[in-house]
Design a protein around this ligand. Sequence first.
Ligand code: ADP
Ligand code: MG
Length: 584
Amino acid sequence: MRIAAVLAILGILTAPHFVSAFDVTLLNFIGIYALVAIGLTLLTGVGGLVSFGQAAFVGIGAYSTAWLTTVEGQSPWLGLAFAILLTCAVAAVLGAVTLRLKGHFLSLSTLAWGLAIGFCFGNIDGLGHFTGIADIPPIRVGSLALIGSGQIYYLIWAFVIAAVCLTHNLLDSRAGRAMRALRGGNLLVESLGVDAFRVRLTLFVIAAFLSALSGWLYAHLSRYVSPSPFDVGMGIEYLMMAMVGGAASPIGGVVGAALISILKNSIQDYLPLLAKGLSGQLEIVVFSVLFIIFLQRARDGVTPFIAKRLPKAKPISPAPAPPLAQRSQPTPGAPLLQVRNAERRFKGLIAVNQLSFDVAAGEIVALIGPNGAGKSTMFNLLTGALRLTSGSIIFNGREVRSISQCRIARAGVARTFQHVKLRPQMTVLDNVLLGAYGRLSSGVLAGALRLNRAEEARVRYEALRQLERVGLAERAFDLAGNLPLGEQRLLEIARALIADPILLVLDEPAAGLRRQEKQALAELMRSLRAERLTILLVEHDMDFVMNLADRVVVMEFGAKLSEGAPAQVRDDPRVQEAYLGGVA
Ligand code: ADP
Ligand code: MG
């Protein structure tokens, strides 16, 4: 991998000496397109947000610098700052308005604003209407004006290489892991203390930032801007580049930009030989056919296809590092969770009905009851995944009924899910690292510039320790999706533990575990109790519950049927009746 990267960079540096002037110009455009496509790999490939509107951001960047340098006569470098500021500001506003939309609606909205912004370029006075802005000055570095295509080449590709390296670093950091976790729904991400909307907005602005860079370079390379290169058609082409190259990694953006540009060029060269006069329309047809073949045959793009065939660097097991700071746990026995008359209705159905119970710090409390009794719903209420219809839940002295899921998680509630929620395409280690989001502080910039090294070393070692605890250390570098279900549940527990929670909420943690694994899990719970952690769990295995829990709360039809020490509950005739008639 590393050798391939070095060779690629050497190739880029020496290319202008080997190829024709025409090809240098082509390479310049590839670099400019690549910047946009790199942004799209982040936005679409990583974040799952399909945008058809990136060309509009390129246009805002290009027009900003064109206007500032011609009409106002300022330096192109000031134009760069202006292009970035304006583009990112527009992206932030658009993102704030549209990023709460779901799935297709979000993509449709990118088409809408892509069209709207494209329309503005041709219709705002002062931007030259459809004839555009000409005579844009070249970029100057010291006394050197980057007029020739061989000169601006190095600037363009320096930006591209920097963008690939920085985004690559970013994806391997706290912020980047949160970005990679966005696909697959908000429920998990928010339960880890991540503000999903904010992460999405950040991704959106980063992609717009790269588009602005691209637009700035475009304006000073062409020395002329007009509306057409920034219309939605071009937006779709950018998306195609990212997908053909491989949207899962930034380098895919570069590969895709190169492939599509070269392909377009050769089609333009050869088609006229086949059909004179028709080449314009034929080009579109040939392109569409090729794209359909691509979608059928190689949906992940070219880069993963090649990467699979390159020798991989061996992953390095995290080395010992100083521990992360820990919260102080509340005094054992102090009231930690107070649920009062909690009620949750789903239309006609009352899933949780006037339920009240307490959990004291340091206890293991089991919530049991037949299927459909409302146990998972209760967990969703107290973790903020669902809102109470009425009633109150006080955690650690704070009413949480109107607090967001992500803030409840940050306050020290970590959970697992009855239906396991992982990111199967991420490694086991990365899945655990996701859980530490709230304990780390490095942001996007620190991640991109690798200023987070000390913190990363500490959290990686901590993640390995948590994996050791649940017996999964050997599998740290496997993909989480390749684990059997039982081990996926253990992985969820490791992910919850690394958050350094006060209250651990486990929804059927022993389901799917073998006997020995169950015993190991019970042992782990006991050692966690010894460390003063409080645990609330749902479990159907009565032996497991009776041997482990300090107290048991029994639910039926959303309401509390019984409560007390395990032996007491077991002997309760109402409980026996419910269980004889229901699940054992
Ligand atoms: P348990 O975990 O005890 O098996 P749940 O809390 O999952 O039970 O479900 C309790 C009841 O609420 C069930 O009847 C279930 O169908 C219903 N329910 C749970 N979630 C929803 C939802 N999001 N929408 C509608 N009904 C729901
Ligand atoms: Mg359940």
